[in-house]
Design a protein around this ligand. Structure first.
Ligand code: ADP
Ligand code: MG
Length: 161
């Protein structure tokens, strides 16, 4: 099948290892690493948090999801503006949300190695503020490589009042 004709991913991608597994509430959403992933992930987060009665976290979570998914899509996009295909497989980003009804863990997985690093841009510089914003909106965030996974997970934790 030709490049671009189908979105496929290995089974492991649909169920990334570790991290949120022990949390009592969790969901995951697998998206092709395309610009539409960001609004889709945002909408999903809003719906899930409403269902989990964590409405007070919706706005912060939407912002964080937006920044992290946008970064993951950008990292998965080549210099030609096309997704970095691995053979016939489109790169994916996976959004996982997990909660114990007080804390919320947001995970964004991508299949690309490379470290997210908060930049500290000067006042005249555009861009480079996404992770600073994430840092300001959550209790803690970090990223890690996970054995058995090609890329990494960037995660942020926040809590309901
Ligand atoms: N998922 C990711 N994979 C690889 N690099 C990343 C990822 N997220 C962020 N980065 C790196 O960290 C930098 C800072 O990210 P960010 O603060 O969101 O600023 P911006 O997206 O405007 O560059 C990015 O420019 C990129 O180099
Ligand atoms: Mg960014």
């Amino acid at each position: 099948m030709g490049e671009g004709s189908v979105v496929t991913w290995p089974d492991a991608v649909a169920d990334p290892p570790g991290m949120s597994a022990p949390w009592p509430l969790s969901t995951s959403l697998v998206l092709g690493a395309l610009p539409g992933a960001t609004p889709s992930a945002r909408l999903h987060a809003r719906a899930v948090l409403t269902e989990w009665e964590l409405g007070d976290l919706v706005e912060a979570a939407e912002l964080i999801v937006s920044e992290l998914v946008t970064n993951a899509v950008r990292a998965s996009t080549g210099p030609d503006g096309r997704p970095r295909y691995d053979g016939a497989s489109m790169p994916v980003v996976v959004l996982r949300l997990a909660s114990d009804r007080i804390r919320l863990l947001i995970e964004v997985w991508d299949a690309i190695p490379g470290a997210p690093a908060a930049a500290h841009p000067g006042p005249d510089e555009e861009g480079g503020r996404g992770l600073m914003l994430v840092e300001a909106m959550c209790d803690r965030w970090h990223w890690q490589a996970v054995p058995g996974w090609a890329g990494k997970v960037v995660w942020a934790e926040l809590h309901s009042d």
